[in-house]
Design a binder for this molecule. Structure first.
Ligand code: HSE
Length: 308
């Protein structure tokens, strides 16, 4: 195979109680990329449609993640990349992760799959490091493994794929303001109280148990964040209103998607997720902020090949 076209899913990191360790991939929101083998060594980004982003290989997350893979491979050729960027940078639904994972996943396919999924996550994390100064894996892991993925440990890297209940749907609202992950990490504290730690790991355990047993009420009870949301929510206009409306409309839970400004809600069933969408859209209509809204199943496959 000389060339491949891939769908790179948007992702929701943290999922309320799992800051930096839990994420999920969306089924119908994401970027598209085309990666082609070239005789000329190195990586060239030849076209980016949809967003203003650098074409220079070492300034683009797709380029940097790809270079990390090339460095570990014995392939002496190179790659050309075209990106159709549908996820806005700074939206909180894993824009940099989509480009980083699409690049390394496609290259791995074209080289005959020499690398494991875990290794691909490691390469893609280099893209995350370029984007936010921190090589966090909670967007790239679900983008590569699909569904929900837990980063049990960073050193050594240990990714645990988590069961995705089939009726679980996400509603994501993206108010059109940009929040850089690097900025929204600066406002976090470096320590937490034991009291909040106890609540947080109780919820993370509860959420993982709920996902495996497909207990939607347990999932809902566990979607609370005592550590990050109280600090970051002040950066997002209308956050409390959206959360109240989502819960009142029947969502299982609601929180900040990644580092924001997007807000996600999880629901049982597509109809319920659509009802939540209608209810929360009203917040930004009222305060006059433009927004995008998505209702999506959780993507069990993650990054995948698409045919023309
Ligand atoms: N865990 C990261 C953060 C995700 O919240 O900063 C960024 O998408």
């Amino acid at each position: 195979m000389e060339a491949i076209k891939v769908f790179c899913p948007a992702t929701i990191a943290n999922v309320s109680c799992g800051f930096d360790v839990l994420g999920l991939a969306l089924e119908n929101v994401g970027d598209e990329m085309e990666v082609r083998k070239t005789e000329k060594p190195g990586i060239r980004i030849t076209e980016i449609i949809g967003q203003e982003l650098p074409l220079e290989t070492n300034k683009n997350v797709a380029g940097v993640a790809g270079l990390a893979l090339l460095k570990q491979s014995n392939y002496d050729g190179g790659f050309e990349i075209k990106i159709n960027k549908k996820i806005k940078p700074g939206s909180g639904i894993g824009s940099s992760a989509a480009s980083s994972t699409g690049s390394v996943w496609a290259m791995n396919e074209l080289l005959g799959k020499p690398f494991s999924k875990l290794e691909l996550v490691q390469f893609a994390m280099e893209g995350e490091k370029l984007a936010s100064n921190v090589a966090h894996a909670d967007n790239v892991a679900p983008a590569i493994f699909g569904g929900f993925a837990l980063v049990r440990s960073y050193t050594p890297l240990d990714i645990v794929p988590i069961n995705t209940p089939p009726a679980l749907f996400a509603t994501v609202i993206h108010p059109q303001i940009e929040i850089k992950t690097s900025d929204s990490r600066k406002i976090l504290k470096t320590s937490i109280t034991l009291e909040n730690g106890i609540k947080q790991w109780g919820n993370l355990g509860g959420l993982i148990a709920g996902l495996f047993t497909e207990d939607y009420h347990l999932i809902g009870r566990s979607l609370e964040d005592y550590v990050v949301e109280p600090l970051r929510s002040i950066l997002i206009p209308g956050f409390n209103d959206v959360k109240t409306k989502a819960i009142n409309a029947g969502a299982l839970g609601c929180g900040i998607s990644g580092s924001g400004p997007s807000i996600f809600a999880l629901s049982k069933g597509e109809e319920q997720a659509k009802k939540v969408a209608t209810s929360i859209a009203n917040t930004y209509d009222n305060i006059g902020v433009a927004y995008d809204i998505h209702v999506s199943k959780i993507c069990s496959k993650g990054v995948k090949e698409i045919k023309n």
